[in-house]
Design a protein around this ligand. Sequence first.
Ligand code: CTP
Length: 408
Amino acid sequence: MVTPLSGKRILLGVTGSIACYKAADLASKLRQAGAEVDVILTAAAAQFITPLTFQSVTGRRAYVDADLWGSEGHVLHINLAKEADLLVIAPATANTLAKLAHGLAENLLALAAVAAECPLLLAPAMDGGMYQHPATQANLEILRDRGAIIIGPESGHLASGLRQVGRMTEPADLLGHIRRLLARRGPLAGKRVVVSAGGTQEPLDPVRFIANRSSGKQGFALAQAALDLGAEVTLICGPSALPTPGGATRVDVRTAAEMLAAVLEHSAEADALIMAAAVADFRSAQTAEHKIKKGGEAPVIALTHTEDILKAVAAVKKENSHPAVTVGFAAESQDLLANAAKKLATKGLDFIVANDVSAADAGFEVDTNRVSLLFADGRREDLPLLGKGEVAVAILAEVVKLLGKAAE
Ligand code: CTP
C-alpha cells in the first residue's frame, strides 16, 4: 500500500543512548512503511548496537565514523544528506544536540546534519537531569527556532532507575510523526476531517451494556488515510484498544449520546465528516442504578431510540454549511444497495459506503472489506475485496475530489 513514506529516503542518525535498541525498531518500521533508510551510527551508538543490526532491518549499509575516511569518504556525508527527504536523529543525546545547535561537525552524523537541507526531526533521550540542564534546554531552543521538529522526550523509567522526563518517544509514535511530516503538503493539508469509529455501548446497569461487533478497524484506517493526505484529523471513537494513528486527536466516547455531542462539536468547523461508527440505535429506557440481580423473574428491558447523528449533522449543516462533505456507512445484512440508497437520501450524505456485514471476509472485526460507494449524483462504484487500509484510501480519494468541487 502506498504511504507518505513510500520511496522516501530517510537518513536515520543514531547516537549513544540505551534507547539505541529502539532505533532498530524505528528503522524496521520505516522500512516496512516503504522508506529507504540510511543509518549513521556515532561511535557511542556503536558501543550499544552494531551497524549489522541496522543493515539487517533496512537492507542497506549502515555507516560509522570509519567510513568518513574510506574511499567514498570525501563526499559520503554530502551524498547521504543531499539524497535524504528527512533527517531523523533518534535517539538524540545531549552531546549531539549541543553539536547540532552550534554547527560542530566532528563526526559523520554531525557532518551530514550540517550538510543536510531537508527537515530535521529529533527524538531526544537522556537522563532527566541532563535534559533539564540549562545548556540542553538552550540548545533545544536554538534547534527549535531553526525549524527542527523535536518529539519527546517522554516521562518514564530511565536507565538511572529513576522515573523522569528523558525517555525516547516510542518508535510507533515517532513513525506517526514522521508520516505526518512527510504528508504535510498533501491534498488535504489545512483541511479538518472528523472520523467516527467503533461501536457505542449503552449501559443497562453498572456492569452490563448493549454493544455491537464493530472493531473500529475501518474507522481507524480512515483516520490514518486522512492523515496521510495531510489533514488535521479528529477521531471520535467508541471503546477501542486500537492505537491512535500518530497525529490524530482522539476523542473517546462511550454512548450514542456522547458520540452525538462529540460529532456535533467537532464537525461544526470541519471540512469533512466520515461516520464509520456503528452507533447504537436503541438504548435502555432506564439505566438501573444498581446491578440487576438474577433472582426472581427475568427482567424485561424497555428500549428507546437514540438520536440519528447524521440527521442531526445535516440539520446543523443547513445553518452553517459545515461539514462541506459528509460520508456515511450502511451496514446491511440484506438488500444492501436499496437500503444504502435510502440512507444516502434520508441522511443528506454526499456518498455512502455500502457494506455487506453478513459476508465472512467483509465488515465487522476482519481486516478486509468489500464495499460499494453510492453517490448523491447517482453514480455507483463497486470496489473489489480490499484491505481496510485500501478501502480507506479509496474513500478519502473521493473526499478529496468532492472537497475540490465544493471549493470551486
Ligand atoms: N448513524 C448515525 N446515528 C445513529 C445510527 C447510525 O449517525 N444513531 C450513522 C452510522 O454511523 C452510519 C449510518 O448512520 O454512517 C448508517 O448506519 P446504519 O447502522 O447502517 O443504519 P441506521 O441508520 O442505524 O439504520 P438501520 O439500523 O435501520 O439499518
